[in-house]
Design a protein around this ligand. Structure first.
Ligand SMILES: Nc1nc2c(ncn2[C@@H]2O[C@H](COP(=O)(O)OP(=O)(O)OP(=O)(O)O)[C@@H](O)[C@H]2O)c(=O)[nH]1
Ligand SMILES: [Mg+2]
Length: 213
């Protein structure tokens, strides 16, 4: 896959502590597109300075809708594939060559973290593993061919924490590969809500997913 064909979509909400370093890391492999939605720090400015394309939304729209905006931007600019990548420094850029290589063979490549932060994430993983062989459904590192996104038409419709497009692609019978990696320490606190709030959102998304898939 050519360099100009892959966009790295990075949702970033108040990630000024890590965004510059994350962009330096991924830029070596593909074009970063940072989506900042209502960040009140220098996230958007630092991303632009670092050489990322920046989608800067005026208000906070949440994780899925930020990624949705990144997919739309990548499609508009003619990229063939998107890899989603966290802005907090937890994803190592060294996984990208394997992810990009995987996308030349399958329309979906899924990251598998060395550890999962929350109880509900493990529960979600038990279900997806039994149902589809997906080991880490809530990993933020995932690669998609934009052909599937174009056909399906959206990334998320029910607050699936970044799992709906993956589940739709796999449920349609497409092949996928999985790439294991070591989670790096986060800079700053979770934007997602670590304990009760995070677990509750995940359990809600799991209930919706089981009903649908
Ligand atoms: N644009 C945007 N990005 C978001 C939003 N919420 C989370 N993110 C980003 O999504 C990525 C993952 O969020 P995290 O808070 O690290 O979630 P997590 O990795 O599950 O949680 P930790 O294990 O605590 O780090 C980070 O790059 C965040 O900046 C949001 O509302 N808007
Ligand atoms: Mg994180």
């Amino acid at each position: 896959m050519e360099r100009g064909e892959v966009a790295i979509v990075i949702p970033a909400f108040n990630e000024e502590a890590s965004i510059a370093k994350v962009i330096r890391g991924v830029k070596a492999f593909a074009q970063p597109i940072v989506v900042s939605d209502g960040s009140t720090d220098r996230t958007a400015a630092l991303a632009a300075e670092g050489g990322a394309l920046v989608v800067d939304l005026p208000k906070n729209v949440g994780y899925e809708r930020a990624i949705e905006a990144g997919f739309a931007e990548a499609k508009r600019r003619g990229f063939q594939s998107v890899i989603t990548f966290d802005a907090d420094g937890q994803h190592p850029a060294q996984t990208l060559p394997e992810m990009i290589q995987g996308l030349t063979k399958n329309p979906l490549v899924l990251g598998v973290r060395s550890q999962k932060a929350r109880f509900a994430e493990r529960l979600f993983g038990i279900w997806t593993n039994q149902r589809f062989g997906i080991r880490d459904p809530l990993c933020g590192l995932k690669g998609y061919s934009l052909e599937n996104y174009g056909r399906i038409g959206f990334f998320d419709s029910y607050g699936s924490i970044g799992t709906e497009l993956m589940l739709r692609i796999v449920a349609s019978g497409a092949a996928f590969s999985q790439v294991e990696f070591h989670v790096q320490e986060r800079e700053g606190h979770s934007r997602f809500g670590r304990f009760l709030r995070g677990n509750w959102k995940i359990l809600r998304a799991l209930a919706f997913s089981i009903r649908r898939f």
